[in-house]
Ligand binder design. Structure first.
Ligand SMILES: Cc1cc2nc3c(=O)[nH]c(=O)nc-3n(C[C@H](O)[C@H](O)[C@H](O)COP(=O)(O)OP(=O)(O)OC[C@H]3O[C@@H](n4cnc5c(N)ncnc54)[C@H](O)[C@@H]3O)c2cc1C
Length: 444
């Protein structure tokens, strides 16, 4: 059944769509970043620093440093194009302005809006075209309490404003009705590291208290206005902190029977099955089920580098099919435990999504009783195909400016240029449907 569903998704999808709009920087650099690791590293270094560069002069200096200075073996096409573009002060100024515009336009494909009024328009458009959303305010790992309070205030505004805004939209049973009752139209995703500037696993109790103190008013506002709140998962160092925050705060009298709370499990972690079982047991003790978003995990490169640097065991799988197998095993466990927990399967991988759809069907779980989640602006062709098949799709919809959004953009660039990634294999490498739908167990 998995192959059948996967084949239907592929057949309904049109020919691969490009992730980014056509422009000089994204075309040239993305093409080379996918071919050459050294170009990819320099490109990410440049994209990371770009929002902090204030003048065209600073931008052209960085372009020279990252892509020309002593890069004798860099692709000739890049060197020639950049040398010509940066040869005079006039062309260098024009090139710098164009590059900044191009990177912003890459970001704008993935971000719903720099401010809430622009984002609101996009959210309504999403809803009108049959998709629901979860809003994330870009930014993480705040460095001061003033910044953390600012994030808290923006989430408070969302938990207050979004339900009122969405109340005016036309009803859509697929997006808001389940066998267990209605789900809120308004839905937000919160990164705990944006709420507390002193996160430190060594200072565990203080960190947990610090995050809970900021999260509590957001949850209260969400309960008052009927808004779903998902707590995102971040790097492995924070996993125990985030689980403890959720277990403690979701058990408080005010929230213990609130059914619109969610948490994330990362399948790339060797601990994924254990994590999931722990959350299922916890959910059972509450008076309302938790929604569990299953992801593969966005910090793979970071976890590997950090573990090697510290000489610690690597917490993630190092072979991609092992992560895919773990994702499928967790999918089954999640769906076997419905309605103790509700499954939300977040992925752009057609095989992983088809597995969840097949498993739900086998378990007799209706299309309205679990959801598939994708990132705003990505894998649009597959998304549309799945939507046509009558499934609820929730888009992860980031709102915010480019500077705090850079880590988000870099993570997405990493995913899209990774050789093991589904999107590159299906879009750029044009691998065949049979290969893309293969059981990952056959690949290890
Ligand atoms: C709606 C939504 C919400 C999300 N929320 C979160 C979140 O809260 N926390 C979070 O961490 N991520 C989150 N993500 C990102 C997610 O974890 C993945 O990074 C992303 O979806 C890519 O995985 P995939 O299944 O789409 O693609 P695939 O291409 O099938 O898988 C790519 C993933 O495989 C893993 N991988 C890559 N190379 C290897 C290797 N050599 N060995 C082992 N594993 C490898 C990595 O996890 C990588 O991201 C979210 C994604 C979506 C769609």
């Amino acid at each position: 059944m998995i192959k059948e569903i996967g084949t239907e998704i592929f057949k309904r999808s049109q020919a691969s769509s490009k992730l980014f709009k056509k422009n000089f920087f994204s075309d040239l650099m993305m093409d080379w970043a996918m071919k050459r690791e050294d170009v990819k590293v320099e490109m990410f270094r440049f994209v990371d620093v770009l929002p902090t560069l204030k003048t065209n002069g600073q931008i052209s200096d960085h372009l020279r440093e990252y892509f020309l200075a002593s890069k004798a073996d860099f692709p000739q096409a890049i060197q020639t194009a950049l040398k010509a573009a940066l040869s005079t002060s006039v062309t260098a100024g024009m090139t710098s302005a164009t590059v900044k515009k191009n990177v912003s336009s890459m970001a704008s494909v993935l971000i719903t809006g720099e401010d809430s009024s622009r984002a609101q328009k996009k959210l309504k458009e999403l809803w009108d075209s049959g998709y629901c959303f979860t809003v994330d305010i870009l930014g993480e790992a705040v460095v001061s309490e003033a910044e953390a309070v600012d994030y808290q205030n923006r989430y408070l505004e969302l938990a207050r404003g979004l339900p009122k805004l969405a109340a005016e939209w036309k009803p859509c049973p697929l997006l808001e009705e389940t066998s267990l009752g209605k789900i809120p139209r308004a839905n937000v995703s919160v990164k705990p590291s944006s709420l507390y500037s002193q996160i430190d696993p060594v200072s565990f109790d203080k960190t947990v208290r610090g995050i809970k103190d900021k999260l509590r008013p957001i949850l209260s506002e969400a309960v008052k206005n009927n808004c779903f709140v998902n707590i995102d998962m971040e790097q492995n160092d924070y996993r125990e902190i985030i689980f403890t925050v959720c277990e403690e705060i979701f058990s408080e009298a005010e929230f213990v029977d609130y059914p619109h709370l969610g948490i994330v499990v990362q399948a790339y972690l060797k601990s994924a099955e254990e994590d999931l079982k722990r959350l299922i047991e916890f959910s059972q003790k509450r008076k309302a089920p938790l929604t569990i978003r299953l992801v593969k995990g966005a910090y793979w490169d970071y976890e590997i580098i950090l573990a090697k640097q510290r000489n610690w065991p690597i917490p993630v799988f190092t072979k991609k099919p092992k992560t895919d197998i773990s994702y499928e095993q967790c999918t089954k466990t999640l769906l076997d435990n419905y309605p103790k927990v509700i499954g939300a399967f977040a992925s752009h991988n057609v095989r992983s999504l088809a597995y969840a759809m097949a498993c739900a069907k086998e378990n007799g779980i209706g299309k309205q009783d679990f959801e598939l989640q994708t990132l705003y602006g990505m894998a649009n062709n597959f998304k549309k195909a799945i939507w046509e098949m009558g499934y609820r799709i929730r888009e992860y919809a980031p709102v915010g400016e480019m500077l705090p959004g850079m880590s988000y953009l870099v993570r997405r660039l990493l995913e899209n240029t990774s050789n093991d990634g589904f999107l590159k294999q299906s879009g750029v490498d044009q691998k065949g449907m049979d290969e893309l739908l293969r059981d990952p167990r056959e690949l290890v």
